[in-house]
Design a protein around this ligand. Sequence first.
Ligand SMILES: C/C=C/C(=O)SCCNC(=O)CCNC(=O)[C@H](O)C(C)(C)COP(=O)(O)OP(=O)(O)OC[C@H]1O[C@@H](n2cnc3c(N)ncnc32)[C@H](O)[C@@H]1OP(=O)(O)O
Length: 257
Amino acid sequence: MQMKTIKWEITEETARITFTRPEKMNVINTEFLEELGQVLDKIAKKEVRVLVLTGEGKAFCAGADIIEMTSRETVRQVLYFNHMVNTLLNRIEDLPIPIIAAINGHTLGGGLELALACDFRIAVRGAKIGLPEINLGVIPAAGGTQRLPRTIGITKAKEMLYMGEPISADEAEKIGLLNKTVLPSSLEAETEKLVESLLKKPALALSMLKEAVNQGTQLDLRRGIRYEGKVFALLNDSKEKEEGIRAFLEKREPVFK
Ligand SMILES: C/C=C/C(=O)SCCNC(=O)CCNC(=O)[C@H](O)C(C)(C)COP(=O)(O)OP(=O)(O)OC[C@H]1O[C@@H](n2cnc3c(N)ncnc32)[C@H](O)[C@@H]1OP(=O)(O)O
């Protein structure tokens, strides 16, 4: 289905959202956020098990629309927009399914913050990856100062944030910001391969795993381990555990429905 800033497709088990303003580097504006939120509502109502986010053109997403940014004159207008962006990115981070950012090109500012809210990041070689906000006299405001250090460590995060210099996809993979870099011609196939692998995993256990890891980044070690234990216990009488154990004993691959 084509909307003004994105198009989306939901099949039996997967959903795919494509940002469709390549001429504007798929920048984040109010309309984009509203449409993304509408599609997340649709996905939440289905038994979708994997979501792929990708873009058309040379950029996955070049960040917040700088032109629209200049129209936000009062602190309140900025606070409202930040609330809108972060509500959406937190929804993505909390969606109880694996989300893949299939990074088709430059991923800067809010675009990288969007990708950081996803579970996997596969990028094409040649993509510029960074948080250049400091060079605009501002700082990231969609989680970049929080998720980036938690993802790659404070040392490289401060370097990326303070210098505002984009890095290459290869460098981003090296520092653990990306799962993989691929040739542009392979992005689709590599993404589908990851989707297929994830669809073979137990959906409930994957959701619980995401929940435990995400909550763990916000808890101290002991509370995180306690949280993990409770999530583990919830799976104890699941059909997925039954199948997993039975498949092991019968020396065969498990089939998680
Ligand atoms: C809380 C969050 C804050 C933020 O995210 S702040 C924004 C952070 N993002 C950036 O600073 C990235 C800015 N954009 C760029 O650096 C470059 O673009 C690219 C590297 C992405 C691509 O460069 P190239 O291939 O030379 O294309 P081009 O001529 O710069 O851009 C094509 C058209 O796209 C518009 N555009 C690009 N990025 C943005 C943006 N972030 N906000 C608004 N417009 C943008 C340009 O202006 C231009 O438009 P026209 O063709 O009309 O001249």
